[in-house]
Design a protein around this ligand. Sequence first.
Ligand code: GLC
Length: 634
Amino acid sequence: MNTPKSNPRLTRLEISIFEQRCQLYLPDAHEALRQIYGEREDFDQWVDEFRQIAFQAYARRPAPLRALDLQRLHEPDWYQRSDQVGYICYVDRFCGTLKKLPEKIPYLRELGVTYLHLMPLLQPGPDPNDGGYAVMNYREVDPRLGTMRDLAQVAKKLREEGISLCIDLVCNHTADMHEWAVKAKEGDPTYQDYYLTFPDRTLTDQYDQTLREIFPETAPGNFLYIEEMKQWVWNTFNRYQWDLNYANPAVFGEMLEIILYLANNGVEVLRLDAVAFMWKKMGTSCENLPEAHAILQAFRAFSKLAAPGLVFKAEAIVAPQDVVPYLGTGRFTNKECELAYHNSLMVYMWSMLAERNVVLSTYSLQELPEIPSIASWVTYVRCHDDIGWAIMDEYAAAVGLNGFWHRSFLSDFYSGDFEGSFARGTVFQFNPETMDRRISGACASLAGLETALEGGDPYEIELAIRRILLIHNLVFAAGGIPLIYMGDEIGLLNDYSYTEDAAKKGDSRWMHRPLMDWDLAQQRFSSHQPAGRIFQGLRHLAQARKNTPALHSQAASKAVWTHNDHVFGLLRYSPRGRILLLGNFSEEPQQVPSYRLEELGFQGELIDHLTGQIKSTHFELLLQPFEALWLEGQ
Ligand code: GLC
């Protein structure tokens, strides 16, 4: 090992810590990298180069963050605990700039927030830039929001308040204005090799046969001809987002350096964007390939050398059986990302609300494999993206539904095309080839609050509030860090003003990326206003979750039949306890038979952790419209 022992800033002890970490993690790094660069003659040099990158970052890691690393070693399950509550926001839409963010920490604390995901904030290319997902410089913050120093300050202040900072790392692609892309356009072969370029359509046409379209309406096709370069370049998403070429180890090295640079500025969780697309192979969908997993496993192993406290969150919005591997399976169990989005749960909650029936969701969620022991979901009802109806045809068929027509029904229902629907949303990216229609819309509008407020019917308003609270209830109990999407806590409705902005009007996802309404937030203490009801409801959920350690992410999470098609059941169990979550997805009161509760092992007196009330299985269990219970045996 040729660690530069002369580095003046490191003591012998510090160097020996690094060497110990190398012994622990380098074998994993080797194994992962062999899958992608194993054939190269210079393989060993590259591994050494990556280790050097990690070493340099280790040497520069600020003392408070080293202390954090140590703390994390003592509580490695911190992100799995039931006291975790997440919040997602755009800095500009929430508070203006990074400097102003600390003023809002008390508001976040009121909600019980312990994890804050700030939406893309690294310097993006000029508008349009996909809401910041086209990054021009990974080492600078968007100047509209502040500087890297401001970000480090925010991270520090949040940490002092017990809040972990998460930011996005767009690692699949860069903006076409990124310095690498600019050099590539200028003809520099080194940087052309950072991207996937093709002199003509021979190969691209072959690839196209098995690729899916992500933005079929606004960015059809997966390749773009770049006149300056006289080459085609791969672009999965928008035309200005160029996919990186991870087959080139230099790209891996650059991204590793960036990961550690952000970690050293105080970022505790990195949301790795669009990870499913990081490796391409002819004849495949170029999604979820083993090599994409190998890249993540290697990122993790090397980052453990320098910043062992850093946590990775995979953004892989793919079919349910393809998501769990991002949490590390097989030989790489517990060795990939610690967190991943529970997209299925999100989709099924909206499906249950529309259908008032839990059969498809129960069946489908039962099919989802358990996640590894150190992993955790992040659970959510809405995020900044659209809702794609990831409902498998096989699962739908198994419960007597037609997958295509069910997805179609959900698109109709949530775009307001279904008679009697309570929802207000709109279609995002209609694909005429597959007839697929994804959905945009704010949580409150999709759950009926917008329609109900317009109609002025207190009963409908009440139902909408209950729907919002019910799906959040599941998000808080299902296992994982519950994420509250900015504005949902006060029932912010769809924002239609995006259609007036030229850079946004082609992208209906801006409908649910509103400006924070601080005037409305003033109503958060009022139990007579929807904003107050929802805010207090979520706050209560955060407290109840904190007081229920059995909801730790290590507890198994199994959907169970309740013998009532309107009542969803979820069993959470571990040595910490057994909780039965029940949720009534209908406008009518519903009963769960007591024999069923007993079959599930819940007998006699049960405590509801949400209210502290005792329920007895001597009688049928009654649930009010959209009511949820968290039951545990006494
Ligand atoms: C992720 C982001 C989405 C973005 C895409 C391309 O899916 O969540 O908003 O459009 O990546 O970066």
